[in-house]
Write a protein that binds this ligand. Structure first.
Ligand SMILES: [Fe+2]
Ligand SMILES: [Fe+2]
Length: 129
């Protein structure tokens, strides 16, 4: 069971970006529910696509603010964003009904990545933005 609830431990002290992160966590919870309930694979793919689109939007907003602030760790941060988009794209393309355990495993890897990214990488920009 996956149920991410946003808390102050996730806060980047910017209400817009905090709202984005809350939306991302919700999409992750919803996608996980579809994966473990073995919902029709088209539904899962649709939600993973939404998650991807929303991630691209969020990352680009974050990158805009980092550029405006001349954030010194911009390049390495963007690299992490790019890697995530590559991974989630691959996951979306590979999803299949035959490998539902694997779907769950890869998805948990992606969600761990996101949590770690918010709590470690994103929170590093707090003092700069
Ligand atoms: Fe973020
Ligand atoms: Fe980020």
């Amino acid at each position: 069971m996956l149920n991410y609830t946003w808390s102050m431990d996730y806060s980047v002290q910017n209400s817009v970006l905090d709202d984005h992160h809350k939306n991302l966590l919700k999409l992750f919870n919803d996608a996980y529910d579809l994966i473990i309930s073995k919902a029709p694979v088209e539904n899962t793919i649709k939600l993973i696509s939404e998650l991807k689109v929303y991630s691209i939007f969020h990352f680009s907003e974050e990158e805009k603010l980092m550029r405006a602030a001349n954030y010194p760790y911009y390049e390495e941060h963007v690299k992490e964003h790019k890697k995530f988009i590559e991974d989630i794209t691959k996951f979306k393309d590979d999803i299949s009904e035959q490998t539902s355990d694997l779907n769950e495993e890869i998805f948990l890897f992606l969600s761990d990545w996101l949590i770690h990214h918010i709590q470690k990488t994103d929170r590093k920009y707090i003092d700069f933005l």
